[in-house]
Design a protein around this ligand. Structure first.
Ligand code: CP
Length: 310
């Protein structure tokens, strides 16, 4: 795999390979010196045009745990504010010869443009409403750790599906792994093509107890030009996942950041059923595995050291 632009770049075997490699990297975080030399001498450029807490920190940590050199570029405070284009920014930073560029941007399809301007491997860390493939991988990884495998698992994705790149990548990954997916939310926040994605679509949470896993989505105010719901209070009264609606045996997931009191009540966020912090932790090992995968492919004939203590 030269780039990871879309979760569709991976079949089931590819997702399993990355999850297995991520599992092999778990021990690195438990060592006194949390490093292996696998990517020593490689350079990872994190190019973030949008805000991020989890994805940016975990890519940085992942690269450092693999002993790569890391350059963090944040659009705010850079020459982007003087009007420099994406193309010129990539051409400029590619002069430093990065081996990988991790990009988050508000433009759907933006990461697909980068291979025209750089030889670096490209990893999509979220592009507009389009895709968030590493989130889908870490979500699959988290569920495999809990459940063993996803075959026959019923996953309900609840809330603002329309604006969600997490849902778009997650649906594909969960289905690849054998899970069935139901989308639930207000019709105004459901994409028109939902029915064609091989999912069931519900407009209420009446059947929520059928789910093994409830995956709540963030209400994405920043991507809403219009009022898609009458008010957040009314939205929460119908669609909030809370202790009354969540059954005791159900697992709860959310990509973060959570709007407490909107899509989730605070008590379920902090409950033992919540996998939210496990998802964050999984982000590091899964992104280590993705960095390893794209660099191994882009440097064929130059084998990368197998994981071992630094
Ligand atoms: N899940 C996720 O992408 O979170 P951040 O926006 O904090 O990176």
């Amino acid at each position: 795999m030269k780039h990871l632009l879309s979760i569709g770049d991976l079949d089931r075997a590819g997702i399993e390979r990355i999850c297995d490699r991520a599992a092999a990297f778990e021990s690195v975080g438990g060592q006194d010196i949390k490093k292996v030399p696998a990517l020593r001498g490689r350079t990872v450029l994190n190019l973030f045009y949008e805000s991020s807490t989890r994805t940016r920190s975990s890519f940085e940590l992942a690269a450092k745990r693999l002993s790569a050199d890391v350059v963090n570029f944040v659009a705010s405070g850079s020459s982007v504010e003087k009007g420099e284009s994406l193309k010129d920014t990539v051409l400029t930073l590619s002069a430093h010869r990065p081996d990988v560029i991790v990009i988050r941007c508000p433009w759907a399809g933006g990461p697909e443009l980068l291979p025209r301007w750089t030889d670096a491997a490209i990893i999509n860390a979220g592009d507009g409403k389009h895709e968030h493939p590493t989130q889908a991988l870490l979500d699959v990884y988290t569920l495999r750790r809990r459940l063993g495998n996803l075959d026959g698992v019923k996953i309900w994705i609840v809330g603002d599906v329309l604006h969600s790149r997490v849902a778009r990548s997650g649906i594909v990954a969960f289905q690849q792994m054998g899970a069935s997916v139901t989308l639930a939310g207000p019709p105004t926040l459901m994409p028109r093509e939902a029915e064609s994605l091989g999912v069931e679509v519900r407009t209420t949470l009446d059947g929520l107890r059928e789910a093994d896993v409830v995956y709540a989505l963030r209400m994405q105010h920043e991507r809403m030009d219009d009022a898609f719901v009458p008010s957040l209070r009314e939205y929460a009264s119908v669609y909030q996942v809370n202790a009354r609606r969540l059954g005791a045996r159900q697992l709860l997931m959310h990509p973060g950041p959570v709007n407490r009191g909107v899509e989730l009540s605070g008590d379920v966020v902090d409950s033992p059923q919540s996998l939210i912090l496990e998802q964050v932790a999984a982000g590091v090992v899964v992104r280590m595995a993705v960095l390893y995968e794209v660099l191994a492919a882009s440097r064929s004939g130059d084998p990368i050291t197998e994981p071992q203590p630094a």
